[in-house]
Design a protein around this ligand. Structure first.
Ligand code: NAD
Length: 322
């Protein structure tokens, strides 16, 4: 077998690949450790989104594997160090869906500020309650951007067009970074300072051991009273029980979550019942354009690898070393 796809990743770009290479797609394989381990032993490339856990153990069971295609951004489900050690190329089109995620983040900020989902529900139920749906303007408000990479910068540029003032927390950024100057943003060396000053806080950092539960009870207590919280990065960066408490005590005015600690969530929580909470099912990258770019880029690179050519959107090495 040339290509093993272990999640539901149907797309014309992959149909094209399947016409050229022997391909197996099993949408439920990611849930079946033993099955995955057995099938991957025959595969030359493995294709995943974010459900398959690509561990060192799995990769060690795959002697023929030369490449892993990640349909999307965020490498927290792939042991890239193990892939590198084994000489396996990891491909991920990191730029392909940044615009889509940035636009969703802006949409959520606007939806929170103007209570759009709750107003929609109330009006469709026959109401005409204008006073309850008094919102706030973005103009002049402070947006705190945590993680100032591809997506954080795009969000900042778009928020600036709405007249927002920008502060940034990113420990890997220098104060004289041209990206900060271009966005007219000020760097906060301490996360607590950003949290205390921002009317809206939006997360755009990767999930790593350092960022796991970065937003915990102490950090939510540091947030400006009446501020809003938006997460379109990774659910594990936020301790959900602490966010819930900050919403229930009224410290936060609202929150929007595209990503959750467990996806899909194992059980319903109080988030679903709060009118000032907006929930979306990890759709940051799900636009026609974002998906098209992502699938095409992964398919192109897998074809390159399978025909002995170097990958373009690689994150560790351009050609396999095995
Ligand atoms: P990126 O690598 O370009 O930027 C991440 C930034 O975070 C970098 O500037 C880095 O310096 C910074 N960072 C790292 N550790 C940090 C820390 N401890 N504190 C603060 N900043 C830190 O990544 P990106 O492409 O902008 O993606 C950002 C996030 O968005 C990732 O978590 C990714 O998984 C997520 N994402 C979500 C969706 C979705 O569907 N909702 C889609 C794509 C990406």
């Amino acid at each position: 077998m040339d290509i093993l796809i272990s999640e539901d990743l149907r797309h014309p770009a992959f149909d094209r690949l399947a016409g050229k290479f022997s391909t197996v797609m099993d949408a439920t394989l990611w849930k079946n450790d033993a099955g995955l381990q057995s099938r991957v032993s025959e595969a030359r490339v493995l294709v995943v989104r974010n459900q398959t856990q690509v561990t060192a153990k799995l990769l060690e069971a795959a002697p023929r594997l030369i490449g892993i295609g990640r349909v999307g951004v965020g490498l927290d489900n792939i042991d890239v160090a193990a892939a590198s050690r084994l000489g396996i190329v990891v491909v991920a089109p990191l730029n392909a869906n940044a615009t889509s995620v940035a636009e969703l983040a802006l949409g959520l900020i606007l939806a929170l500020a103007r209570k759009i989902p709750a107003a929609d529900q109330s009006t469709k139920a026959g109401g005409w309650d204008r006073r309850s749906f008094t919102g706030i303007e973005l103009d002049g408000k402070v947006l705190g951007v945590c993680g100032f990479g591809r997506i954080g910068r795009m969000v900042a540029g778009r928020a600036r067009a709405f007249g927002m003032r920008l502060v940034v927390f990113d420990p890997f950024l220098k104060e004289d970074s041209p990206a900060l100057a271009a966005a007219g943003a000020a760097l906060c060396p301490r996360l607590e300072d950003l949290l205390g000053h921002s009317d809206f806080v939006t997360l755009h950092l990767p999930l790593t051991p350092e960022t796991h539960h970065l937003l915990d009870a102490r950090r939510f207590e540091a947030m400006k009273p009446g501020s809003y919280f938006i997460n379109t990065s990774r659910g594990g960066v936020v301790e959900e029980s602490a966010l819930m408490a900050a919403l229930q005590t009224g410290r936060l005015a609202g929150a929007a979550l595209d990503v959750r600690e467990v996806e899909p969530p194992a059980a319903r929580t109080a988030f679903e019942t709060l009118p000032n909470v907006i929930l979306t099912p990890h759709i940051g990258a799900f636009t026609a354009e974002g998906q098209q770019r992502t699938f095409e880029a992964v398919a192109d690179d897998l074809e390159r690898l399978l025909t002995g050519r170097p990958a373009v959107n690689f994150v560790n090495m351009e050609s396999p070393k095995r």
